[in-house]
Design a protein around this ligand. Structure first.
Ligand SMILES: NC(=O)c1ccc[n+]([C@@H]2O[C@H](COP(=O)([O-])OP(=O)(O)OC[C@H]3O[C@@H](n4cnc5c(N)ncnc54)[C@H](O)[C@@H]3O)[C@@H](O)[C@H]2O)c1
Length: 341
């Protein structure tokens, strides 16, 4: 038996593979949620490596396995260093995904992971928006936080047919919201930077995207949201317990979400139970639950390693097919690399 060729797939190759593939990525994410709901995945708890002297920084390991006909295992290793914004304008998040061959266990590829992470996150948010909210042309969509995740979610919403009257963008740092507004404007998208308050951006917006880096709840008024609103709670920690309890709550995975002081986790601690959870996104996909029009709906995705793995596997196949992967010849020193005689 030969060790598989080990390949490097960098950011440019990933971008070329994913260009214009939004619907395919959303379908891949939906299919992976189905597999996860059917118990055909392994998705252990994420491991958070933290640093006492740098409490805002972390590196998270997300190992996973997908046990379908093209079985694969792997891990995403993703760093979050918020201070990067101040140090030369580097992105907060950086990542790699390692894919492992299930015949030999050998690593197959190392793939740039921040685009994988942003794309699977945005695709899952847009998928949940499609499942929870039928009006894709509300007067406004509010976007709180103006980093790469917010940008990618807006891109997936637009590519999946959302045409709001305007995007209302808000950020703790007004210049970031203004830069995002200008980018959307340059694309011909009607956007406004709301610099007064997040509440002003949220009020009356059909869809609300939360993509901040808040560590503790700060949107506390349960009266802020109305039954005609759906919230994509991507950043997980902005909403106070009463806001969660007044809504229909859909999670990606109940066990995973009840960790790391997410808003659903705080609601579980406050109520001593999980009765406030309506179900998961795979329940929505399979029709086991339906959107509740009498309450605001909140989708809270903890972010599953199986989604990173599914997308990394897709990119690995496509990059190979398009000749975009770089072989690390004989990486494991077994003489079985691509250049071996
Ligand atoms: N659930 C998931 O699967 C998943 C996956 C990837 C990222 N995320 C989360 O998405 C969030 C955004 O990621 P990013 O890479 O765009 O981060 P980023 O740091 O680049 O951008 C976040 C922005 O939010 C702003 N912000 C922080 N607190 C705010 C507040 N209280 N009100 C308004 N704006 C505020 C910051 O100024 C910053 O511009 C992070 O919290 C990240 O952990 C979630």
């Amino acid at each position: 038996m030969k060790a598989p060729e080990f390949q490097l797939i960098g950011a440019h190759a990933v971008a070329r593979v994913l260009h214009g593939r939004h619907e395919d990525v959303m379908e891949l994410v939906a299919q992976t949620y189905r597999l996860h709901g059917d118990g055909r995945t392994t998705n252990p708890d994420s491991y958070f490596l933290r640093f006492p002297e740098r409490p805002d920084a972390r590196i998270i390991a997300l190992p996973a396995r997908i046990a379908d006909e093209d079985e694969v295992a792997g891990i995403k290793w993703i760093a979050s260093f918020p201070g990067n914004h101040e140090h030369g304008g580097l992105p907060r998040a950086s990542a790699v995904v390692i894919l492992n061959d299930m015949a030999t266990g050998f690593p197959l590829a190392c793939i740039e992971g921040s685009a994988i992470s942003a794309n699977r996150t945005a695709a899952s948010a847009a998928l949940a928006a499609r499942l929870l909210h039928s009006d894709t042309a509300p007067d406004a969509v509010a976007v709180i936080g103006s980093g790469p995740i917010a940008r990618q979610v807006v891109e997936y919403l637009r590519q999946s047919g959302w045409r709001p009257g305007r995007f209302r963008v808000h950020d703790l740092v007004p210049a970031r919201a203004e830069a995002f507004r200008d980018e959307l404007g340059a694309l011909g998208v009607n956007a406004e930077a709301v610099t007064t308050s997040a509440e002003d951006a949220v009020r009356g917006a059909g869809l609300v995207v939360l993509a901040t880096t808040a560590a503790e709840p700060w949107l506390a008024d349960p009266g802020l949201l109305t039954p005609d609103q759906t919230v994509l709670n991507v950043s997980l920690r902005d909403l106070a317990v009463p806001v969660i309890l007044a809504a229909q709550n859909v999670l990606d995975d109940v066990e995973h979400c009840m960790k790391a002081n997410t808003s659903p986790h705080l609601a579980e601690q406050a109520t001593g139970g999980r009765d406030f959870v309506a179900g998961t996104v795979s329940d929505l996909i399979e029709g086991r639950i339906a959107p509740d029009p009498t309450r605001p709906r909140i989708f809270s995705p903890f972010g599953l390693g199986v989604l990173d793995l599914a997308l990394a596997r897709f990119i690995h196949h496509e990059a190979g097919r398009l000749g975009l992967a770089v072989a690390a010849d004989d990486f494991f020193g077994l003489g079985t690399g691509a250049s071996a005689p």
